[in-house]
Design a protein around this ligand. Structure first.
Ligand SMILES: Cc1cc2nc3c(=O)[nH]c(=O)nc-3n(C[C@H](O)[C@H](O)[C@H](O)COP(=O)(O)OP(=O)(O)OC[C@H]3O[C@@H](n4cnc5c(N)ncnc54)[C@H](O)[C@@H]3O)c2cc1C
Length: 399
């Protein structure tokens, strides 16, 4: 009997998925691009614009992709969410990622009463949220945090400095990681998370001027005797499995931001190569330019495939700690090279602010750091492959 041939892997995009991407891309073109165009390229957008844009996504429940449908989430696969996310300019999708990560952490660890207090405002986009772990002296190794929470009756008092926090300058609510000063002194340090609502517990926050994503929100916050109701302490800790899953999704979404940037640079380079003439023909007709275009598209395609494969694995509930680390490190590197190559195809024009590729080049550099630097991601992937931990070497002083 002749057997029907079965494809080992399904790569087709359904009609519904195509329509979904088309409608998000259309919304971006209509509602977001004009906002980015009418504000200065070198400074954070006004909060009111972020609010309005968040409102548009909230209508489709897209600020909370990780929430189950019966808890106010959109109830879509992560592959589908990735397709949506890839259409959104990273300066905005970075803020959405921060909002979504904040919602996911609160959902995982909050009591039902806390969920009811904090989640609706974040899911509807009325409140802007963020998560604060990084500090001036503490980045990749979160064990070094110094921000402290002191219990005082029915309040908790926070002192510390958080840095490189997406959305913090415009946030209404921040989930702050602190050391619990009330933990027994002779035991191991106890880490707790506290929800700080800015309206009731004001703190200072400002933007940090960085190389890229300048219209986005990346800032620092100082907590000085910041009093928060003790009922805002997030007591539960959902544990490393949920935390790792959350990091893994963040990593793939950042990888998709790299894909977005490289794709935009490629589109521009391909068009330019067709109209720019040198040596009597379009530069696209020169063999080395074709090779460079081929290299760029290879980088984009491989990165995109890795992203969707890892999202698909997540949808199948597979362990993606290694795959997600590999995806982000590969995509960020490959797409950064691709943007550089695309810039080169525009010659001197590629360096001009007018062409806009230089902005993509600066923006993509930002992606090498959040949710795991490339070195840390290599170590996470290595740990997955070998089952051996390489993070913490021998302390030179202990030799
Ligand atoms: C765009 C952006 C958004 C961010 N958003 C947030 C946010 O919302 N919330 C938040 O809390 N933080 C956020 N961060 C901070 C980010 O998580 C940290 O910057 C990151 O964890 C790295 O920490 P660090 O910058 O202190 O670098 P460090 O940890 O000091 O690392 C410095 C260098 O040492 C290397 N290194 C460190 N340890 C090792 C090791 N064991 N082996 C080999 N190399 C090593 C690193 O790879 C890096 O090259 C954001 C950062 C950026 C750029």
């Amino acid at each position: 009997m002749k057997q029907k041939r079965r494809e080992p892997v399904e790569f087709s995009v359904s009609h519904e998925q195509r329509e979904m991407m088309r409608s998000i891309a259309e919304m971006v073109r209509r509602e977001i691009v004009p906002v980015l165009d009418r504000h200065p390229k070198s400074q954070a957008l006004p909060k009111s614009e972020l609010h309005r844009i968040f409102g548009l996504f909230a209508e489709q429940l897209l600020l909370a992709p990780r929430l189950p449908a019966d808890e106010g989430g959109p109830g879509i696969d992560l592959v589908d969410y990735g397709m949506i996310f890839e259409q959104i300019p990273p300066v905005i999708s970075m803020s959405m990622l921060s909002q979504d990560a904040c919602i996911a952490r609160l959902y995982a660890d909050c009591s039902p009463e806390q969920r009811e207090r904090f989640l609706p405002g974040l899911v509807s986009g009325e409140a802007i949220g963020c998560t604060g772990s990084t500090e001036p002296d503490t980045g990749s190794d979160p064990r070094g945090i110094k921000t402290r929470a002191r219990r005082d009756g029915d309040t908790v008092v926070i002192n510390g400095h958080k840095m490189w926090i997406t959305n913090v300058s415009v946030c209404d609510l921040i989930l702050v990681t602190c050391l619990d000063e009330s933990a027994p002194k002779d035991g191991p340090p106890k880490v707790i998370k506290v929800v700080v609502e800015r309206e009731h517990s004001p703190f200072e926050a400002k933007e940090i001027d960085a190389i890229g994503l300048k219209q986005g929100f990346l800032g620092e916050a100082v907590f000085e005797e910041c009093r928060v109701p003790a009922s805002n302490i997030v007591e539960a800790d959902s544990g490393t499995k949920i935390l790792n899953e959350s990091w893994s999704l963040n990593r793939v979404l950042v990888a998709l931001q790299a894909v977005y940037m490289a794709q935009h640079a490629f589109d521009q380079a391909l068009e330019y190569a067709g109209i720019r003439h040198q040596f009597g023909k379009p530069i696209a007709a020169h063999q080395l330019v074709q090779k460079n275009l081929s290299d760029i598209q290879t980088a984009i395609t491989t990165s995109r495939l890795l992203c969707y494969q890892t999202l698909w694995m997540m949808d199948q509930k597979q362990d993606t700690s290694g795959a997600a680390a590999m995806t982000k490190r590969y995509a960020q590197n490959a797409c950064q090279d691709a943007v550089w190559q695309a810039m080169n195809i525009l010659g001197a024009m590629g360096l001009s602010e007018e062409a806009g590729i230089e902005q993509l080049y600066r923006d993509i550099r930002m992606l090498a750091i959040p949710d795991g630097t490339n070195e840390i991601l290599a170590l996470i992937h290595g740990r997955f492959l070998t089952n051996l931990e390489a993070f913490r070497g021998v302390n030179p002083k202990s030799r």
